[in-house]
Design a protein around this ligand. Structure first.
Ligand code: ADP
Length: 598
């Protein structure tokens, strides 16, 4: 991406603040004119004082000149202060407003993306966050640089150059010749640094991801005493970063020296040329001062050109990945337009094949039918593809081949939001947001009132417990136990009241008591709906009307519990293993003995 494309992409974000931009431009023009006052005043001073000296006039005669100069310089300074304030303030205001819009735009955008986007290695939370933060930071810096640095400095330079040409074409030419040379050096510098900057960016992302990784796995790291190894891993990255920064700085200093040298040559040339013209009697002596100060105005922006260029390059690099995220058209979740009503909940899968973006083939030639208003259990060892299958039914992912139909309509043709309105998903770990219990339940239906929230909580068998909390429904939901949080999630589903429910190991992360406690809530939510349940709990599997058994992404057996069990295959193996792990024989004996002895 080049700078023009970048500006083009930024335009829609700046457009709403046109008035702000125009005000800044006006102030810039005033500032540029005011910046030349010093040069003019000094030339006038030198020439006037010189005339007085040559005329052998004393201090008294100089009083008038000094008064004029003081008034002019003071007024200019007042105007300049106001203009600079206005410019900086408006520039900053623009930066803040654009930053707010960019941040909001990217959030709104990636919320619409497919899950594949988030499961991509390049888009891990830490990496994505760094890229977005840096993108917004440097893009808005760019807006600010443009209005606070580039525009005022370059307008000032252009006016100063104009005045030099007006005074003498040769002087103007010398000043102009230095500019492209300077530009060229800056360009070379930026070119040499671009690769290093990209590398720096990717290493910074890795570093943030590394820190997040450590924090997330701190318990494991500590329990294995792997602190030193983790620190070592970070040290390697840190060293690469340091070497990278050193090299960048070193290159920067070499080029800075070169540019300073070129600028000084410019000053010397201007002095020599003007002195020559003064000696020829073509100019007054004050013009030496005048030209040196004007050249200073010309070279000031060029001096900061490299900083501007650097920041622009930063902006370009970060903007590239920022706009890559915001413009990832392929990542937007596809949606059909059909909203078949009422939804019965009959899923039919034909020859469904699916592999994850990393190439892992998770589902192979799946053919199945999920009956409406019945409970279907998906059974299989972990990694068999059960959760993947549910993700496909929820349109989180799309199969690469084969078809999935709901009530006879291909999922591709169904409006995605409508589909998800009709599906409730209860996972192993449910997502309790920071906020009150009431807010968390209301997530199921944003228009629900307190009475409806309470009714849902009652259905999920959690109302009593909530009312016993000191702050009741206003209590912080994150302080609840795992089992309670799970029931909050189920209450949320009652409020949403979808005809289809997917339960993905809803009790796996709970202890036996909690699992038992939420059994009622689960049984209640299963009523009169199409339910698919994935579970490693015998009680929940045995309750199902129909069972599909999965192995390595394939359906290997299916039927009613008794029939599949009788088949003596994978299901029997898994079921027996579950029963053995529960020690069913001894449990049964314990119950027998306790019921036999009154
Ligand atoms: P189950 O629910 O039966 O335990 P999953 O559907 O979660 O199994 O996973 C099926 C297979 O797909 C596993 O081998 C798993 O490692 C792989 N898998 C799951 N999610 C992803 C993902 N986002 N990217 C790549 N592979 C994945």
């Amino acid at each position: 991406m080049n700078i023009w494309q970048l500006f083009h992409k930024l335009r829609p974000f700046v457009r709403p603040y046109r008035l702000l931009v125009i005000s800044t431009l006006l102030l810039t023009l005033i500032g540029a004119l005011a910046a030349q006052v010093n040069a003019i005043t000094l030339q006038y001073t030198v020439d006037s004082i010189n005339a007085l000296v040559e005329g052998h006039q004393g201090v008294a005669a100089g009083g008038r000149i000094l008064t004029i100069i003081s008034i002019v310089l003071l007024s200019k300074e007042i105007i300049n202060t106001l203009v600079t304030f206005g410019q900086k303030f408006y520039g900053e205001k623009l930066r803040i407003l654009v930053s707010q819009d960019l941040a909001q735009a990217i959030i709104e955008r990636f919320l619409t993306y497919k899950l594949t986007f988030f499961s991509d290695d390049d888009n891990q939370a830490g990496k994505l966050q760094t890229r977005i933060d840096r993108g917004i930071g440097s893009l808005t810096r760019l807006v600010q640089i443009f209005f606070i640095d580039i525009l005022p400095l370059f307008t000032t330079a252009a006016v100063a150059l104009g005045l030099m040409y007006y005074a003498n074409v040769w002087v103007g030419l010398v000043a102009t010749l230095i500019v492209p040379l300077y530009f060229w050096i800056t360009y070379k510098q930026a070119q040499k640094l671009a690769g290093w900057r990209r590398m720096f960016r990717s290493n910074m992302e890795k570093k943030s991801q590394g820190i997040i990784g450590i924090i997330q796995s701190i318990t494991v790291i500590k329990s294995f005493n792997r602190e030193a190894i983790e620190a070592d891993k970070q040290l390697t990255l840190q060293k690469t970063l340091t070497a990278n920064q050193m090299h960048t700085r070193q290159l920067g200093f070499v080029f800075d020296g070169l540019k300073s040298f070129v600028e000084q040559i410019g000053v010397v040339l201007i002095i020599i040329l003007t002195a020559f013209l003064v000696l020829q009697g073509k100019m007054s002596i004050g013009m030496i001062m005048y030209h040196v100060l004007l050249f200073n105005n010309v070279s000031a922006p060029i001096r900061s050109l490299h900083r501007i260029y650097d920041e622009m390059n930063d902006a370009l690099i970060y903007a590239e990945s920022f706009f890559n995220i915001i413009e990832a058209e392929n990542e937007v979740e596809p949606s059909g337009s059909l909203k078949p009503a009422p939804i019965r909940g009959k899923f039919e899968l034909k020859n469904v094949d699916f592999h994850y973006p990393n190439g892992h083939r998770a589902l192979k030639n799946i053919n199945m039918e999920i009956r409406p208003n019945a409970i279907t259990a998906l059974v299989g060892l972990s990694g068999a593809g059960k959760s993947t299958l549910i993700s496909l039914l929820d349109k989180f992912y799309a199969p690469q081949s084969g078809s999935i139909c709901l009530d006879g309509v291909n999922l591709n043709d169904i409006d995605t939001q409508y589909l998800r309105e009709n599906i409730g998903l209860v996972l192993q770990k449910n997502h309790i947001f920071s906020g009150s219990i009431a807010e968390n339940i209301r997530y199921g239906n944003m228009n629900a009132n307190q009475a409806e929230i309470e009714a849902a909580a009652r259905q999920a068998s959690i109302h009593e417990q909530i009312t016993q909390l000191p702050q009741g429904y206003d209590s912080d939901a994150l302080t609840l136990s795992g089992g309670q949080q799970q029931r909050i999630a189920i209450a949320r589903m009652f409020l949403k009241n979808p005809p289809i429910i997917f339960l993905d190991e809803p009790t796996a992360s709970l202890d036996a008591i909690a699992a038992e406690q939420i059994k009622n809530s689960l049984d209640a939510i299963k009523q009169n709906r199409t339910v698919i349940i994935i579970s490693h709990s015998l009680g929940q599997i045995i309750d199902a009307d129909y069972t599909y058994v999965m192995q390595n992404g394939e359906i290997v057996e299916h039927g009613q519990h008794e029939n599949v069990y009788a088949h003596g295959g994978a299901y029997k193996q898994i079921f027996d293993a579950m029963a053995k792990s529960l020690n069913v024989d001894k449990i049964a004996k314990t119950f027998e003995q306790n019921t036999a002895t009154p």
